[in-house]
Write a protein that binds this ligand. Structure first.
Ligand code: PEP
Length: 264
């Protein structure tokens, strides 16, 4: 199965000239990588120009954030309609760094629903700040999933990409054990099936149960990852790919990561 790598450039690089150089290098790496599709999430100010320069089909574009309202008095924000007009297909919702800046569960609910209504695919990020033996992480993830997907019809679940971001690994050297990721992926699918079970049965056509929709949900790992541990995570973590930060701001590291996970 094809894997997906979302390249979240965060607030990098400093100029459009550098952004174009980074994009060109990542485009070449993406075109070489068999079985991997790439979503580039540049800073909003570079989005339109990069997407209009690109003619291929291997890369899609994402915004890193957008407002749920279609217009209005929201100084400094960009709307999902503007994101769509800039030829992006995806939008990140609830990234840990946005949550730290005040994005609430209720904002994620509105953003996911608004994105779907515009035929943009939301990339909903969920994850706990810390793990405890009592399993605090599971409750945190369950609540973020419940809120973020609250207004999503079961029939639209397959258009949402989920990202599990263990916050305690972001920006750090520490990475997660693939078996722990696997356990979390099973838990996330179970939450989705539980929350959308009844609605799904109403929407599903005969013979296609909702449990299927939950199991088919694409889950990415969004913690720290490198070339050396990426293949094991993809193989054992029950994931469809990665959302990467630092590794995508460096074209060489990014190319190594894609090589490490491409289908041989
Ligand atoms: C992230 O922000 O989701 C992330 C994985 O960042 P980094 O790769 O920089 O740890």
């Amino acid at each position: 199965m094809k894997s997906i790598v979302v390249a979240n450039w965060k607030m990098n690089p400093a100029s459009f000239r550098e952004a174009k150089k980074l994009f060109d290098a990542e485009r070449k790496a993406a075109e070489k990588a068999r079985g991997v599709s790439v979503v580039v999430a540049p800073p909003a100010i570079f989005l339109r120009e990069l997407s209009s320069l690109y003619r291929g089909s291997k890369i899609a574009f994402s915004a890193q954030n957008a407002h749920f309202d279609v217009d209005g008095a929201h100084t400094g924000e960009i709307s999902l309609l503007q994101v769509k007009d800039a030829r992006a297909k995806f939008v990140l919702v609830g990234h840990a760094e946005r949550r730290a800046e005040g994005e609430t569960d209720d904002d994620t609910r509105k953003k996911v629903a608004a994105a779907l209504s515009l035929k943009l695919a939301p990339i909903l990020c969920v994850g706990e700040a810390r793990r405890t033996d009592e399993g605090e992480q599971f409750e945190a993830v369950r609540e973020q999933l419940r809120a973020g997907l609250a207004d999503v019809a079961a029939s639209a679940l397959s258009r949402v990409l989920l990202v599990y971001e263990p916050l305690w690994t972001i920006g750090k050297e520490e990475t997660m054990d693939p078996h722990e990721m696997h356990q979390m992926a099973i838990f996330m699918r179970k939450c989705v099936v539980e929350s959308h079970g009844e609605a799904g049965l109403r929407h599903a056509k005969a013979g296609s149960g909702l449990a299927q929709a939950g199991r088919n949900m694409k889950i990415l790992y969004g913690g720290s990852i490198e070339e050396r541990n990426a293949a094991a995570m993809l193989r054992d973590g029950d994931i469809h790919g990665f959302l990467v930060g630092r590794a995508s701001a460096n074209a060489i590291e990014f190319a190594k990561l894609l090589r490490a996970i491409e289908i041989a």
